[in-house]
Design a protein around this ligand. Structure first.
Ligand code: CUA
Ligand code: CA
Length: 644
């Protein structure tokens, strides 16, 4: 019996290994020759995949990370959602979804995109409709103090419409959105960790944003047939005001972004140093680059008025192209050659290195950050001299995370693996030490990992407990739900020598990046402050105010009733409802829905929200509470009577 079991297990493993090999090789050949995309390679693997995935996965996941009633997860994970447009909050190690924070999307439960307050944050057109209703969030990062999270803000990008959003950590709601002018494909983003000049500012004051796509500058119809004139800007946003501080024009493009712990430099990987407008052109060069920005020098130029502006934008634009920066001693940029078409650039938690993951090269490039100022001071001949290691890690390296013990963990998209390697050993090997043991472990993940991120891994408090592997294809692992399969997130315990799979869960398409934050770092509030809302409704101002056909209905909610049982309007009225929830108990949230008027939102305890609309059809409409609040929740309703 045990022989049979072993046999079938071996068969299963052979099948999996076979698929893995097929995927890795064919995809790489495709990439190298005809430019077949990695996404297509991922789909091909589906053929012949009938059996469930590796037995080890199921066993480990089942053995588990159950968080029983009375227990809480030890970490928060804040993740992007890709083209879903929102941010998600997940508890780890359980993998439970705790909250979905609408940002660039609309959400009829919360009322995001429906209430006046959320519409003002998202932005509206002159006719009052939302400027955009779609988004594409890729990267979530927190604000810093002393090199670790300070529980103020989370930032997230929107690649489609080049917007940066800020989320308050205390309410876990979006409070600001800024659109970057003259940027298309805003992909990489990272907050700074302290000021480049003033050491007393040891917290985040800037957010750096990379533009990925070349575009006409300005994009007003000019240069459509001449992409050689198109350009890319790297942007700096003030973290407190969320206004643009400056932009820097570069050669090539920006992919992911990283910042140094000393605040002096931001950097972005570039896969299109060729400035090409087609796929083959973007893969032409043997090496691409990681471009470093000297923040203090850029801001000195801006202060001195040495900038231009583009089109209608008033944002100062400095020139970081090579031709404008011939002398390292005055240069604002340094282009470090790295392996072909790199993807992720990640800062080691000791503050010493940036690791660029190769994508089209099976290597990671390690840049020694202590050598960057040496280049900017004219002490190094070649930017490439800042590279201190380039270990071969496997096929399709995309992103690298760290454990705080000197080890790096790189996701291998084509190999469907996470590889653990030692940074100092890689440096020794690069110097010629043939005995250096660089690769320490490889563990299968299922399948095609993109981002990986470790617990507190982007901070000086990196604790080396968990690593999350965000996998782009689940293939045969779950019950089928039609042509589109769920993605998977797999949690590895990285505290020992060998990474160990401890939990995994499905993820709705499609999360990209995230951070894992110790739960004690996150300080949330229990209820809102009535005083924080200038339009709060109290017993003093509650009621109906009419000026001609402009009507303001001020309502209060307290379980299980709204303050007005009957509200009379006339067809054609422009009406604003303002609702303050006077309940003071945590989680005692009420809803506010008006049938046939497309209105539905919630108000949390002590919160105020409003909505404005035209009463364009007559009738009787029950305003009702949509959020379960009380034994008499169903009875919580008011009559809205609109005369014809
Ligand atoms: Cu109020 Cu349900
Ligand atoms: Ca390239």
């Amino acid at each position: 019996m045990s022989d049979n079991k072993n046999k079938s297990k071996n068969d299963e493993q052979a099948l999996i290994d076979g698929r893995r090999r097929f995927l890795g090789k064919s995809a790489l050949i495709g990439l190298a020759t005809a430019g077949v995309s990695m996404g297509m390679a991922g789909c091909k693997e589906k053929e012949g995949a009938a059996k469930p995935a590796a037995g080890a996965t199921g066993v480990a996941a089942a053995s588990g990370q159950e968080i029983a009633p009375g227990q809480l997860d030890t970490y928060y994970s804040f993740t992007s959602s890709g083209h879903g447009g929102e941010m998600r909050v997940v508890g780890l190690p359980s993998g439970r979804t705790l909250k979905r924070i609408p940002i660039f999307n609309t959400d009829c439960m919360v009322g995001w995109g429906i209430t006046n307050e959320s519409r003002a944050i998202i932005g509206t057109k002159p006719d009052g409709t939302l400027k955009y209703t779609v988004g594409d969030t890729h990267h979530v990062h927190g604000s810093y103090k002393n090199g670790t999270y300070d529980s103020r803000w989370l930032f997230v990008n929107d690649k489609i419409n080049s917007r940066l959003a800020r989320v308050r950590m205390d309410t876990m709601e979006c409070d600001k959105i800024t659109q970057l002018p003259n940027v298309m494909g805003f992909h990489g983003m990272f907050p700074d960790k302290c000021d480049p000049v003033d050491a007393s500012i040891n917290y985040t004051t800037r957010v750096f944003c990379g533009g990925e796509f070349h575009m006409p500058l300005p994009n007003d119809g000019r240069d459509l047939d001449d992409p050689s004139k198109w350009g890319v800007l790297f942007s700096c946003v003030d973290a407190a005001t969320m206004e643009l501080k400056w932009q820097c024009r570069i050669d090539g493009n920006c992919d992911l972004v990283a910042t140094t712990y000393d605040g002096k430099y931001a950097a972005s990987n570039q896969y299109n140093t060729e400035n090409a407008a087609d796929l083959n052109g973007m893969m032409a060069a043997e090496r691409d680059a990681c471009v470093f920005f000297d923040i203090a020098r850029i801001e000195a130029l801006v202060k001195a008025g040495k900038f231009t502006t583009i089109g209608a934008s008033k944002v100062p634009v400095v020139d970081g192209r090579k031709a404008a920066n011939p002398d390292p001693k005055t240069s604002i940029t340094c282009y470090v050659p790295v392996a072909k078409n790199p993807h992720g650039v990640n800062a080691s938690p000791d503050g010493k290195y940036f690791v660029c993951s190769g994508k089209l090269s099976p290597t990671c490039t390690v840049i020694d950050l202590s050598l960057i100022p040496k280049w900017f001071n004219g002490e190094l001949k070649d930017p490439r001299d800042t590279v201190v290691a380039e270990p071969e890690v496997g096929l399709g390296p995309l992103h690298t995370a760290f454990d705080g013990r000197g080890n790096a963990y790189t996701s291998l998209f084509l190999d469907s693996q996470c590889v653990k390697w030692n940074v100092e050993a890689a440096i020794a090997q690069f110097k010629g030490d043939k005995k250096a043991q660089v690769i320490l472990a490889k563990i299968d993940v299922h399948y095609q990992p993109g981002h990986n991120y470790s617990s507190m891994g982007e901070t000086k408090e990196c604790d080396g407990k968990y690593l999350n592997s965000g996998n782009k294809f689940s293939k045969d692992r779950f019950l089928p739900v039609g042509p589109l399969h769920p993605e998977t997130e797999q949690l590895l315990d990285i505290s020992g020598d060998q990474p160990r799979l401890v939990a995994d869960h499905t993820a709705y398409s499609e999360p990209h990046d995230g951070i894992i934050v110790r739960r004690d770092v996150v300080k949330t509030r229990q209820i809102y402050n009535l005083e924080d809302f200038p339009n709060a409704v109290t017993a003093d101002n509650a009621g109906i105010e009419r000026k001609g056909n402009v009507v303001h209905v001020r309502l209060m909610s307290q379980a299980p009733a709204y303050s007005l049982p009957v509200i009379k309007l006339k067809k054609g009225d422009l009406v604003t409802f303002t609702l303050t929830n006077h309940d003071k108990v945590e989680d005692l949230t009420h809803g506010f829905a008006i049938p046939t008027y497309n209105i539905n939102f919630i108000v949390n305890p002590q919160e105020t929200k409003s909505v404005t609309f035209k009463a364009d059809h007559a009738g009787a409409f029950w305003i009702y509470c949509t959020h379960f609040c009380h034994a008499l929740h169903l009875e919580m309703r008011s009559r809205l009577l609109i005369e014809g």
